[in-house]
Write a protein that binds this ligand. Structure first.
Ligand SMILES: [Zn+2]
Length: 425
């Protein structure tokens, strides 16, 4: 009898999985539609304008989990099938533009930032909606349009030429998290170093909980973009070099903040592989990095803290984790609205703590929790660039300092949940 029940259960699981896969095949091809748009505005308002549409050869995301269950990010792409009206794909993401909007400069002038988002390539006409969060956490539609998959305005050029190496292969892209590493500031002669740098940094990533237990759910791709010169721009030191994706230190006037505004080149290179995440590895010794949720991460390859920065930035870009620190200089003013619950899984304002890690607290843990070592998981004041009113789950965590032993239990859970979601589990 037990065997029959097990068999029936197995049949049911296979059946549901087939239906989900069938749904993907009904609506999508195994390729990507890239939507390039411009985000414009200032601290007061923003707008989005469509730039280009492109068909890219691979789809690296899940095929069963097409509707995002996390609700992370300041922006959201919703895709609807035009004939049935059904919502067939959703995706949350953040942008460098939204960070810039909280800087002092954004109070004084307006700017435009290049942005892209992808979805699986549709078989039939779709309607897309790009939404952005307001200060109160609600969403407003920034842009919407219909797209026909046969439209001649969709560019079908091949991706930009670069050598692609699959360094870790655990199987199909929809069953794995695919990280596409892009070489930045590596000349033709330095391409072997690029491969060795990826191996060193991912080796460190996979030695850390929870990645150590999940490493057979990752594929690692190396995209050998060739730079004319080595290194990257460092405006504070008067260093300007010609590199593949135009990365630079001193973003928003913060020396260690390593970013690239050249989103278009990054995506052009990334299109050479199926990917869930893009990691731009920058060939420099200087300390720095940046990571934006479902946008991309950057880190310098050769600093003594590169390993730590590497997984910290990936925490932002991959799992939507917020910064648990509050004493370092940042360019943002009032980044978090303390009157609402932030969407980051490891931060709370206690406005809606039930939706966060309350179920992970040991019995009798005081909220807020005094800063002692008594509790493994607590609610400690000081996080998200603010000493008051924002709380973190642990005394220390990789999302707080480079000295932390690893990720706190709440960050580990958020990372695990994301790995499983993107692996179609
Ligand atoms: Zn944490």
């Amino acid at each position: 009898m037990k065997n029959i029940i097990t068999l029936l259960l197995l049949f049911f699981i296979i059946h549901v999985s087939c239906i989900s896969q069938q749904k993907f095949n009904n609506y999508f091809e195994d390729a990507s539609l890239r939507i390039d748009f411009m985000l414009t505005g200032n601290s007061e308002s923003q707008a989005a304008y469509l730039l280009n549409l492109k068909k890219e050869p691979y789809w690296g995301g899940p095929k069963k989990n097409l509707i995002d269950k996390f609700g992370y990010g300041e922006y959201r792409l919703n895709v609807f099938d035009v004939s049935s009206g059904e919502k067939i794909y959703t995706y949350g993401f953040c942008t460098l533009f939204e960070e810039w909007r909280t800087t002092t400069e954004a109070k004084e002038r307006s700017k435009a930032f290049y942005q892209t988002v992808t979805c699986p390539y549709p078989r039939n006409s779709i309607r897309i909606e790009i939404k952005a969060r307001n200060h109160d956490g609600s969403y407003s539609v920034l842009y919407e349009t219909k797209i026909s998959p046969s439209s001649l305005e969709i560019n079908r050029d091949k991706p930009i030429n670069a050598k692609v190496t699959k360094l870790v292969d655990n199987g199909p892209s929809n069953k794995n998290v695919d990280i596409a590493f892009i070489a930045e500031g590596y000349t033709e002669e330095e391409q072997d170093k690029f491969i060795e740098d990826i191996k060193r940094l991912t080796g460190y990533l996979f030695s850390f909980p929870p990645y150590d237990k999940l490493k057979d759910k990752f594929n690692i791709w190396a995209i050998g973009a060739i730079s004319e010169q080595s290194g990257c721009d460092d405006p504070g030191k008067g260093i300007w070099v010609n590199t593949a994706v135009n990365s630079s230190f001193n973003t928003f006037g913060i020396d260690r903040y390593l970013e690239s505004y050249d989103v278009r080149s990054i995506r052009d290179y990334a299109a050479n592989a199926p990917y869930d995440q893009i990691y731009v590895l920058v060939n420099t010794k200087k300390y720095g990095g940046g990571g934006i949720y479902n946008h991309f991460s950057l880190t310098s390859a050769d600093n003594i803290y590169s390993k730590q920065v590497f997984i910290h930035e990936f925490g932002h870009a991959f799992a939507g984790l917020g910064d648990e620190y509050y004493t370092s200089d940042v360019a943002y003013n009032d980044y978090f609205n303390k009157k609402i619950e932030p969407w980051q899984p490891n931060l709370t304002t206690l406005v809606d703590f039930d939706s966060k890690w309350k179920d992970m607290l040991a019995k009798d843990t005081p909220v807020p929790t005094p800063p002692t070592d008594t509790f493994k998981v607590g609610v400690y004041e000081g996080a998200g660039y603010s000493a008051k009113g924002i709380y973190r789950p642990a005394i220390n965590c990789r999302m707080k300092t480079n000295e932390a032993k690893g990720f706190c239990p709440v960050c580990q859970k958020a990372i695990t949940d994301m790995v499983l979601f993107l692996s179609d589990e």
